[in-house]
Design a protein around this ligand. Structure first.
Ligand code: BTN
Length: 270
């Protein structure tokens, strides 16, 4: 029987073998360490890499998060970025993030990781803690309304000991989940298997119903953190393009992910 170390040392090769069966992934670059897989995938996209090109790293020194934040990426987690060339209008680009979120949630559940919820727009929560963040970055060329490429970056926290003390109440990891023994390469392959299926329906976004079902914000009171100041609102819906629909002082508005962050307020009595 193989030891844990032997399994890890075979990780890149195991991953390649698993991804060979995937109809969507056409090229895989596996790195022990990099600054950011999104940065590398963007470079590849600009130099003409086809849709389905995947970059995976076992550690990042400068992992990027949404709204210019950094994404803590210690050894042993899953950090990966996919080059996509979707034929969609720029204002629909949020659908790529929602598609990725549903794929990750499905893959974790299928492999026994428990019920996965989605916090709009890009976070996967298990047992009340964030285990995964997603960052889609688009590049444009010429005057086309369509992005030239979109890089979909997914970061999944795996190792328990790597979550810093000050983040332990909000950041979770797969190793926290009782009975969860998912191999990284198994989960990576499962995510892109699910994604391949959902991505076929990107323009109709039929998976938005599932996204809404998994939402941990729908019907809840939230604090919206916006550049002009924070305010309270109630989440009433997520529309077909992935915008968060909120009600504030009797007025409805639609939030797009580039502008705001949303923090869940505790339920009264919790
Ligand atoms: C967030 O939580 O705000 C999004 C985090 C996205 C992190 C992933 S890790 C792989 C890819 N490379 C990056 O630099 N960022 C994304």
């Amino acid at each position: 029987m193989k030891t844990e170390c032997e399994k890890l040392s075979n990780y890149p090769e195991n991953l390649r073998v698993r991804l060979q069966k995937n109809r969507f992934v056409c090229e895989v670059e596996v790195l022990a360490e990099t600054d950011s897989t999104n940065r590398i995938a963007k470079e590849l996209a600009v130099s003409g890499a086809p849709e389905g090109t995947l970059v995976v790293a076992q550690k990042q020194s400068n992992g990027r998060g949404r709204l210019g934040r950094s994404f803590f990426s210690p050894e042993g987690g899953i950090y990966m970025s996919m080059v996509l060339r979707p034929v969609i209008a720029a204002e629909k680009a949020l659908l790529i993030t929602t598609c990725g979120a549903v794929a990750v949630a499905r893959a974790i559940e299928k492999l026994g990781g428990g019920e996965a919820g989605i916090k709009w727009v890009n976070d996967i929560f298990i047992n009340g803690k964030k285990v995964c963040g997603i960052l889609a970055e688009a590049g444009f060329s010429g005057t086309s309304e369509c992005p030239d490429y979109v890089v979909l970056g997914i970061g999944i926290n795996v190792k328990k000991q790597s979550v810093p003390e000050e983040l332990k109440d909000i950041v979770g990891c797969l190793e926290d989940i009782p009975q969860c023994r998912i191999l990284n390469e198994e989960l990576i392959a499962a995510v892109w298997e699910e994604f391949a299926e959902l991505y076929q329906n990107l323009s109709t976004a039929v998976y938005m119903e599932e996204y809404k079902r998994r939402s941990i914000l729908l019907g809840r009171e939230v604090t919206v953190l916006a550049a002009g100041g924070n305010y309270r609102a109630v989440v009433t819906d997520i529309d077909k393009d992935g915008h968060l629909v909120i009600e504030r002082d009797g007025k409805e508005s639609f939030l797009s992910s580039g502008e705001v962050s949303v923090r869940l307020r505790e339920k009264r009595g919790e």
